[in-house]
Design a protein around this ligand. Structure first.
Ligand SMILES: NC(=O)c1ccc[n+]([C@@H]2O[C@H](COP(=O)([O-])OP(=O)(O)OC[C@H]3O[C@@H](n4cnc5c(N)ncnc54)[C@H](O)[C@@H]3O)[C@@H](O)[C@H]2O)c1
Length: 338
């Protein structure tokens, strides 16, 4: 099988997880080769990063060509795919530039800062005939796909209610402190809460209406409480925060009430509590979500996969739903019809 040649653009916090994913793909014999890495700040190549998802020491990058200029990297390497791990305010500009230079693109989430930027990116993908996918990686997370599978096989009965959490201290590791500048990051609601907004759409479809309240101390939209209402009466609530104590660990979890069972996730274990019967821990595979999303794009580029789970159209709809939540928050939590 032909192999897919990848260049990684941006080598800050999340790029370290992508690097590990490429190592995993090599172990799996997946047809993907990371060949080069670019960061505007060369000191990133020799130091570690400490982020909310955990720390990593300096990486060994001998196997890769290193660049500080994205266009020079593309001209020299001629990759099939550029994996964009840049700050969110650069996603639109660089995804468009890379597609126009002939590359398929995997961009980190959020797809972009606004629906208008997402539309521009999708239009360039169509014009250039390039694949554009967005790293809404939770769509490859076993703990969340466990819910997806139960919703589709109906084994726990219909859904009544769900609550999702994603909590962290304000990120301080980023390039020029871009996370705390809500003009450049979109605040917690667009940067981190978007994972749960995307999951709500992935699991339950488009809601009939949404509402949200937010507050902020060190940036706008730093803390958010969102509600998603459905025609059949299902109510979904999600909390996102970048205002946890600096000593606290990142936390993501859910509790979901089906008619016949409750399901809990506490960032490590999925526990099922049936109405009748003993509580048990779900037997799930170890998460390899980053490797899975990269492999998904590679196999799509090779024409082997038609998995559209992380397509740009899907990711753009999630950005649009975040905009509706912000609209509600700007009107003191008034429900907005979708
Ligand atoms: N999927 C997830 O769970 C997840 C988790 C964390 C972050 N993210 C997303 O990943 C993206 C990056 O976040 P991060 O934490 O790695 O940020 P970061 O600031 O740590 O890393 C960004 C890197 O890009 C480099 N850079 C900036 N401008 C550049 C340019 N023009 N050319 C080349 N390099 C440039 C910076 O020097 C920095 O090293 C964000 O969009 C963020 O929302 C996703």
């Amino acid at each position: 099988m032909k192999r897919v040649k990848v260049c990684l653009l941006g080598f800050g916090g999340i790029a370290r997880s992508h690097l590990k994913a490429y190592h995993k793909l090599t172990e799996r014999n997946a047809p993907v080769d990371l060949v080069a890495i670019c960061d505007i700040d060369p000191s990133q190549f020799t130091k570690g990063v400490s982020m909310n998802l955990g720390g990593s020491g300096a990486e060994s990058l001998e196997a890769y060509h290193l660049y500080t200029d994205a266009e020079e990297m593309i001209r020299n390497e001629q990759p099939d795919v550029v994996d964009i791990c840049l700050p969110s305010f650069l996603h639109c500009e660089y995804a468009i530039k890379m597609m126009k230079m002939g590359c398929n693109v995997l961009s980190e989430k959020p797809m972009a800062l606004s629906s208008a930027q997402c539309a521009e990116m999708i239009s360039v993908a169509k014009e250039t005939g390039k694949y554009l996918m967005v790293g809404q990686c939770l769509r490859f997370e076993p703990a969340y796909n466990f819910l997806k599978d139960r919703l589709s096989d109906g084994s726990f009965g219909p859904i009544h209610y769900a609550h999702f959490d994603r909590l962290s201290a304000l990120p301080l590791w980023g390039f020029e402190q871009w996370f705390r500048d809500s003009e450049r990051s979109g605040g917690c609601i667009l940067d981190m809460h978007i994972h749960d907004v995307d999951m709500v759409r992935y699991l339950f479809g488009e809601p009939k209406s949404v509402s949200a309240v937010t507050t902020g101390y060190e940036c706008q939209w730093q803390v958010v409480n969102s509600r998603f209402e459905y025609e059949n009466g299902t109510l979904i609530v999600a909390d996102g925060s970048w205002d946890e104590a600096r000593s606290s660990k990142f936390y993501a979890g859910y509790r979901v009430r089906f008619a016949d069972a409750e399901v809990f996730y506490d960032d490590s274990t999925v526990t099922v509590r049936p109405n009748d019967g003993e509580e048990y821990v779900a037997d799930l595979p170890k998460s390899t979500r980053m490797a899975d999303e990269i492999e998904c794009l590679a196999l799509t580029v090779l024409g082997v996969s038609t998995d559209q789970r992380i397509s740009a159209t899907e990711a753009a709809k999630t950005v649009a739903l975040v905009e509706k939540l912000r609209e509600s928050a700007a009107h003191n939590g008034t429900p907005i019809r979708i």
